[in-house]
Design a protein around this ligand. Structure first.
Ligand code: 5GP
Ligand code: ZN
Length: 116
């Protein structure tokens, strides 16, 4: 995926503040954090969005979910955190490379969706 910004980060063509990396997964701080802790967990495999996952992604996705609480704790989310996967236009997805937002800090986060 030549023009995908997250693929460029994976290929180290764009720098990031990395917090975790293994063969299949990368985690790095969001460039525009919404809270004191805000990092992104991404598969190295380019998948556009959650609507594009397939059966053969099962172990990769499971691995990402299992990692999330460990990394969150390491980053200082002792008392919980929020995991967000924006999907498609309605979900407000801006970068079309599947990513989990992990967001937290000391204070309770605001309500997830504002009505009105
Ligand atoms: P989305 O709206 O697609 O769920 O979220 C994309 C996220 O990626 C945003 O929170 C945005 O701040 C973050 N982001 C976009 N470009 C970059 C970048 O080049 N580096 C980093 N670290 N984060 C980025
Ligand atoms: Zn990509």
């Amino acid at each position: 995926m030549d023009n995908c910004i997250f693929c460029k980060i994976i290929r180290k063509e764009i720098p990031c503040n990395k917090i975790y990396e293994d063969e299949n997964i990368l985690a790095f701080n969001d460039i525009n954090p919404a809270a004191p802790v805000h990092f992104l967990l991404i598969p190295k495999l380019h998948i556009d969005s959650l609507t594009d996952i397939q059966d053969n992604h099962q172990s990769l996705l499971g691995k990402m979910l299992l990692l999330a609480p460990n990394l969150a704790k390491e980053q200082g989310c002792e008392d919980g955190f929020r995991t967000i996967i924006n999907t498609g236009r309605v979900g407000g997805q801006e970068v079309f490379h599947l990513h989990f937002h992990i967001i937290g800090g000391r204070e309770r986060l605001p309500a997830m969706i504002h009505q009105g």
